[in-house]
Design a protein around this ligand. Structure first.
Ligand SMILES: NC(=O)c1ccc[n+]([C@@H]2O[C@H](COP(=O)([O-])OP(=O)(O)OC[C@H]3O[C@@H](n4cnc5c(N)ncnc54)[C@H](OP(=O)(O)O)[C@@H]3O)[C@@H](O)[C@H]2O)c1
Length: 322
């Protein structure tokens, strides 16, 4: 099978299309014929060798949509021919093995490209906003990187929960698109005092919940925009791994919650269960819409990484696997 292979960590050119054997499913695994695979910021780090735990060589990719080819001996919930999607390592390939617990039926109303745009971004946002922060109607939610894969999903989820939603981005076009997708406010953090804007737009209250991923000075500004008793969800290190913390925030009773959907013990029993039961019907009826920035053929994975680095995308860049 064709697969995007990284023999040694390196720049964009380190990715090549290789011919590899089709894997065989274990008892609780499912072999899926991949039709589309989403591209994530984390993969640029995996390819470069700066993602903790990643060893080389490896096949890139963290999520896909496709058709079940073979099920393992202990899998009863799926059968060959089912349309499915979910998170699986090595998904930039013609076939990938899923852990059955991480596989989800793909609603008929969604294309494979839309299905591939959901798993990582939406499950991360769902875990943070629904499982951990339990966002309530009327709360004010501030989303860093609102145009990102995670951010654009968080925007729809927070709006559905009845929250007032604001976000940050580095370009006016992304700010405008966030408004089109339903954000109550969006700020270009490179040229606007977004702390002052959040305060002004919430009548002095500040954000009850924030999703913090950029770090550095941007993160310090997000903390400054929080309301007392607010919840800060720390889920990424997109702009670096440090966050200047003025310990005076202690007087403001903030909750700082860090999480990874890969290691959280609450992910499978809570997030996957509520996502299947509650979010899936909302995708099926069109209330939730996967945000596909553009679709490229698998062979253009280098262009996909170039676009992620360029930071002009809104939502998910998807690779089509023919
Ligand atoms: N905790 C978890 O379980 C989990 C799960 C999934 C993803 N993540 C993390 O969530 C973050 C977002 O992932 P994603 O796939 O949604 O990203 P993405 O779609 O590629 O978007 C990332 C955005 O971050 C912003 N950004 C700000 N400073 C940046 C910098 N120095 N370098 C690059 N981007 C910068 C950019 O938007 P602007 O230019 O508009 O600011 C960029 O477009 C990543 O850190 C990822 O590792 C965590």
């Amino acid at each position: 099978m064709k697969a995007v292979y990284v023999r040694e960590f390196g720049p964009i050119e380190a990715m090549e299309l290789a011919d590899l054997p089709i894997p065989t499913p274990g008892p609780r695994q499912v072999l899926v014929r991949v039709k589309a695979s989403g591209v994530n910021f984390a993969e640029t780090r995996m390819r470069a060798g700066t993602y903790s735990g990643q060893t080389a060589p490896f096949v890139l990719g963290m999520e896909a949509a496709g058709i079940v080819e073979v099920v393992g001996s202990e899998v009863t919930e799926f059968q060959p021919g089912d349309r499915v999607f979910g998170r699986a390592r090595g998904s930039h390939a013609e076939y990938v093995l899923f852990d059955a617990d991480h596989l989800i039926p793909l609603p008929d109303s969604l294309t494979f490209e839309q299905g591939a745009a959901i798993p990582v971004g939406w499950l991360t946002a769902w875990h943070g906003l629904v499982t951990l922060a339990a966002v309530q109607p009327g709360q004010r939610v501030l989303i860093e990187g609102i145009a990102s894969s995670v951010g654009s999903a968080a925007l729809q989820i927070a709006r559905w929960r009845g929250a007032w939603v604001a976000g940050t981005a580095s370009r006016d076009e992304k700010v405008a698109r966030a408004r089109e997708w339903g954000a109550n406010a969006a700020y270009n953090y490179l040229r606007e005092d977004f702390v002052g804007r959040v305060r002004a737009d919430t009548a002095g209250h500040g954000a009850d919940v924030s999703m913090l991923t950029i770090g550095g000075e941007h993160g310090a500004r997000t903390l400054a925009a929080m309301a007392d008793e607010g919840t800060v969800l720390l889920f990424g290190s997109t702009g670096g791994r440090t966050l200047p913390l003025d310990l005076n925030i202690g007087s403001r009773n903030l909750r700082l919650l860090s999480f990874s959907i890969t290691t959280s013990r609450r992910f499978l029993p809570e997030t996957m269960v509520s996502f299947r039961q509650v979010a899936l019907p909302l995708f099926a009826n069109g209330l939730f819409q996967p945000v596909v920035d553009r679709v490229l053929p698998l062979a253009q994975v280098r262009e996909a990484h170039r676009l992620i680095n360029e930071r002009t995308h809104f939502g998910k860049i998807v690779l089509r696997v023919d």
